[in-house]
Design a protein around this ligand. Sequence first.
Ligand code: AMP
Length: 450
Amino acid sequence: MQFSDLGLENSLMSTVEHLGFTEPTEIQQKAIPAAMSGHDLIASSKTGSGKTLAFILPAMQRLLKNRALSKKDPRVLILMPTRELAKQVYSQLRMFTSASQFKAVLILGGENFNDQVKTLEKDPHFIVATPGRLADHLSQGHFYLNGLELLILDEADRMLDLGFATQLTQINNAADHRKRQTLMFSATLDHAQVNDFALALLKKPKRIAIGSAYTEHQDITKRFYLSDNLTHKEALLEHFLANETYQQVIIFTATRSDTDRLANILIEKGISASALSGELNQGQRNQIMDSFCKGQNKVLVTTDLASRGLDLLNVSHVINFDMPKHAEEYVHRIGRTGRAGSKGDAISFVGPKDWLSFKNVEGLLQQTTQFDFFNGLKAKFTGLKPKKTKKIKTSSDSKSKNQGKSKSALPVKSNIKTFLLAKEVGDMPVLRKKKALPVDKIESSDLEES
Ligand code: AMP
């Protein structure tokens, strides 16, 4: 299939040609015709698969072909979980709107509220936003959504995991009329809250699942190195940076304080590195991302703030200095390399503290791992053996001791997977519901702020 087969307006085709794209990607081939025929969509597609154009093109087409329902209200609203992702989508959108009569604006947490009020007063056609700040403006009546024609929720699973259900519901209710079309994208469709939301928000949606969001990315080589402790991880990192060829590297750490610490260590060694974390103000975050995008820094040390969706073509390596708490974040992190057909290398350091997260990643990828090692830096640590599963107390066991408290005891399974989950939440033998991510651990201030 070619883009020219999709029936897009000439002005859109010119921009697509200008971008050098001839064939739509798989998600574009499926999502664009379905969205253009007016269907609601729920779609999953792996990271870097061309999702953004899969919703920008039908959105533009709709505005070019249909009369507006309202002269004042925005016609298309695109919601994203993080400011960085929202900016990236906005810049792709601007490539299309700048050659049209349509106005697009970006409304993000952490930026000047009053400036945004003025921006909203100019009646933009498109709003790209993070949900918290947009919901604030909506509550204060700075704009209305009665005329909204297209609501696009990108990375819906992440928005819900970050606790934006209330804001999304508020936004949905403000635009609740029968002519509204809704496109919902999620890294996975296997997410209870995403499915609940889909039921509530979408009308007879078409379901598009392109492979699994977590299937192997053929262009990314994965390497895992056992490590003994923090000092050993630093030695592995230094060895890699001193001995291997790389263009740009993103290093993921578990905590914000480690981003600064590690970046400083690298700077002392003469490597141009910067740290990106949610503790910085928006101006600083923008500056760090800009200089990394322009190639002024070789290394970006960050938390999961930068794990999703960012499209940085020169990132040859991703290094998991610490394994992510949630296995699916591994897939998002390594997807920052190997973009748009280029090769990438994903390196992970697995120490005793990372072991359970590592096993969860292994389970998600359905693979058994052969560990690599650098000469002279082989770890003594060889992995943790699952302890023999002790008989775990069940609600019925505890009944006699905790008369009247048995309601709080959740059902328990005693297989290893459950055991791993149980370890992760502090050795309590509870079954955590998949959707209930510990938002505090993700450091939600790394993401959107109102
Ligand atoms: P996305 O998943 O939207 O972040 O896109 C990932 C990368 O693929 C971006 O650099 C896009 O510009 C690029 N891209 C999007 N659509 C196509 C296409 N049809 N052909 C080639 N590259 C594309």
